[in-house]
Design a protein around this ligand. Structure first.
Ligand SMILES: [Mg+2]
Length: 248
């Protein structure tokens, strides 16, 4: 996955404005994105992508390999969805295409191995996640709302030790406005009683606001290029650390 290494702009958080501007007192459910909101993810994908680029360097310059891989990934989202298995298939497909079918079975085997290593990466919680969830669950119903491969996300949740804090887990095939409308209905609350917390403006923030919910953005230092937002929606709060949710 190609990342944007530009540093993310952070706004200074103002709790007073937060309450006035966003009328958050009605919130009953707080939903959390998982990857790069609760635990590290994108850096593992980036490492895997670099290994793939090395394996393919005999066929194409690294920059071009990354572009080709991203193109394949985006084209495959509608077929395979998000997550590690889809990523592995996209690497193999890209290898065959850019080598004009000359890539050997041993290299394909190594690509599959790097993909398996990605799936087996340890779950590394981000700072303050567990204490924040522990605190918030006293007052709110907490939900995990993540995109990706079902088995992979279930495994990560199990290994994270965080499952106990969530009263509902939703592994979503996509995070569009309609997906959030469905989720909010399923949870039995009104949209304005639903708050989403996540690292991706395009998936965790904009569609939630469009669905009538509230959203808090916690940027992670890298974001997959396909998840870069190009919208001018600004009616959401940006905080630097997950712990800032508690101080509200
Ligand atoms: Mg995320």
């Amino acid at each position: 996955m190609i990342c944007d290494r530009k540093s993310v702009q952070k706004t200074k958080f103002d709790a007073g404005n937060f309450w006035n501007m966003n009328n958050m007192e009605n919130i009953r459910i707080i939903a959390f994105d998982a990857d790069d909101t609760l635990w590290e993810n994108e850096n593992f994908y980036l490492e895997t992508e670099m290994k793939f680029c090395e394996l393919m360097s005999g066929f194409m310059p690294v920059k071009k390999v990354r572009e080709e891989l991203l193109k394949t990934e985006i084209a495959n989202i509608g077929i395979y969805g998000y997550g590690a298995k889809s990523f592995i298939l996209s690497m193999i497909e890209t290898a065959i295409r850019i080598s004009e079918s000359k890539v050997d079975a041993k290299t394909i085997q190594m690509i599959i191995k790097t993909g398996r290593d990605l799936i087996n990466m340890p779950v590394k919680l981000l700072d303050g996640v567990e204490s924040t969830l522990m605190n918030l669950q006293k007052k709110y119903k907490l939900v995990l709302a993540t995109k990706g491969d079902l088995l992979d996300q279930e495994r990560k949740l199990r290994n994270s030790g965080l499952a106990q804090y969530f009263s509902h887990v939703e592994v979503m095939s996509n995070k569009r406005k309609s997906d959030y409308v469905q989720l909010i209905q399923k949870l039995g609350v009104m949209p304005h009683e639903f708050l989403m917390v996540g690292n991706t403006v395009k998936s965790d923030i904009i569609p939630v606001i469009e669905a009538g919910g509230k959203a808090v953005h916690i940027p992670f230092h890298i974001t997959w290029e396909h998840e870069q937002a190009d919208s001018s929606v600004t009616e959401f709060i940006k905080i630097e650390k997950i712990m800032d949710l508690v101080s509200l």
